[in-house]
Design a protein around this ligand. Structure first.
Ligand code: FA5
Length: 366
């Protein structure tokens, strides 16, 4: 209800928003409200004297509109008084709020989009980050660059000669069975394939350059393997090749120990155990002391104290012959290991498929 009709109240004229009747006085609160709000709006913001005068006129205790309406309510029949009281309260509250707002000063400009500040800095936009395998690869590249090696890359789709034959693995050699892969339908049948290791890049580098050669080759490789905790059909390797005068097995052992310690950030012992690769002679598997148990034996290292990382050896003279390097003048060593394996070891990640599942919890943890 917006009108209050009371009886018996005296009035002072239409400008007060008060109308008179013959025997009943009518205080027209609607008209008084409109008049008061217009008068408040016409007053300069912050003009305290003018606003005080308006407050006295509309809300004052003695002769204001509100005071007369209050008096008139007393003359109403009891049943009509509550409703008339609520209308008066609403009138009083609205006028007081308008007065207070006007006293507070100029109305601030409407809120819109903030002005464009070309000098403002950024606000920490969230960006992606490198995958753990890439981080591992880069960390190892740093280690080897510090030791004087150059990083080179080779094709993932390789020909049979570079992947097998030049590495002393002729057709029918048993080592081919251990590195079965996908063949690409290109050129002669079974001549183009997804490379099974990074070793063919050794061949490409030695074809293209003359010694001394110090390179590392990171990259993705493919094998027809069943996925298990530590084996994946697609994984990454890092290959190393050094060709120079008088390279010995001792240089290879020292290099492995140096890079393992640099990568793990503390002295970590490494171990070479006799093995066989057709393209190195002699050949070895190299392992690092388990960093989880410091060699004491635990679940991660299958209680051996060692974790196998890769293969290595001195470059076989047949490989030198295939690329036209004189094995009487030059000697070299090569090694290759799995990037996921060293990342698993360093960060305690298991199983290997964790690297490829794109689970955001894993991706954001590293
Ligand atoms: C080779 O691939 C040789 N080319 C390494 C080499 C280079 C020997 C130079 C001598 C000289 P091997 O198949 O053992 O070797 O693989 C080397 C390493 O790759 C393994 O020790 C392991 O760390 C990793 N690896 C092999 N297969 C897988 C797989 N399916 N999933 C994940 N990592 C693997």
């Amino acid at each position: 209800m917006s009108d209050t009709t009371t009886s018996g109240a005296a009035t002072s004229g239409a400008t007060d928003g008060v109308a008179t009747g013959a025997s009943v006085a009518t205080v027209d609160l609607d008209a008084a409200r409109a008049e008061a709000l217009a008068a408040i709006a016409a007053t300069a913001p912050g003009d305290a004297d003018a606003l005080d005068a308006l407050e006295r006129r509309y809300l004052g205790r003695r002769t204001s509109v509100a005071a007369r309406a209050k008096e008139a309510i007393k003359d109403l029949p009891p049943a009509a008084r509550p409703e008339a009281g609520r209308a008066l309260s609403a009138f009083t509250a609205e006028i007081r709020a308008a007065l207070d707002a006007r006293r507070a000063g100029p109305v601030p400009a409407p809120v819109g989009p903030p002005p464009l500040d070309l000098t403002a800095g950024g606000h920490g936009r969230r960006r992606g980050h490198l995958h753990l395998v890439t981080q591992t690869r880069r960390a190892l590249e740093d280690v080897f660059c510090g030791m004087g090696y150059e990083v080179v890359e080779g094709p993932e789709v390789e020909d049979d000669w570079h992947n097998f034959e030049a590495l002393n693995i002729p057709p029918g050699h048993p080592a081919r069975a251990m590195q079965d892969t996908l063949y690409v339908n290109l050129g002669e049948p079974e001549q183009v394939l997804l490379r099974t290791h990074t070793s063919p890049v050794q061949v490409r580098v030695m074809q293209a350059r003359r010694p001394p050669i110090y390179v590392v080759v990171p990259g993705r490789v493919y094998r027809n393997e069943t996925l298990d905790a530590r084996h994946s059909p697609v994984f990454h390797q890092l290959e190393g090749l050094a060709v120079d005068r008088h390279i010995t097995f001792g240089d290879l052992a020292g290099t492995i120990e140096a890079f393992v310690s640099a990568f793990f950030g503390r002295p970590v012992r490494s171990r070479l155990a006799p093995s066989y690769f057709p393209f190195t002679e002699p050949s070895a598997e190299f392992a690092a002391e388990c960093v989880f148990c410091d060699g004491a034996g635990c679940r991660v290292c299958s209680h051996t104290g060692w974790i196998e990382l890769g293969g290595c050896g001195l470059v076989d003279p047949n490989v030198f012959a295939a690329v036209g390097i004189d094995p009487e003048r030059w000697s070299g060593f090569a090694f290759g290991f799995g990037l996921e394996r060293v990342a698993m070891l360093r960060h305690g990640v298991e199983p290997i498929k964790t690297f490829f599942e794109n689970d955001l919890r894993f991706l954001s943890a590293y």
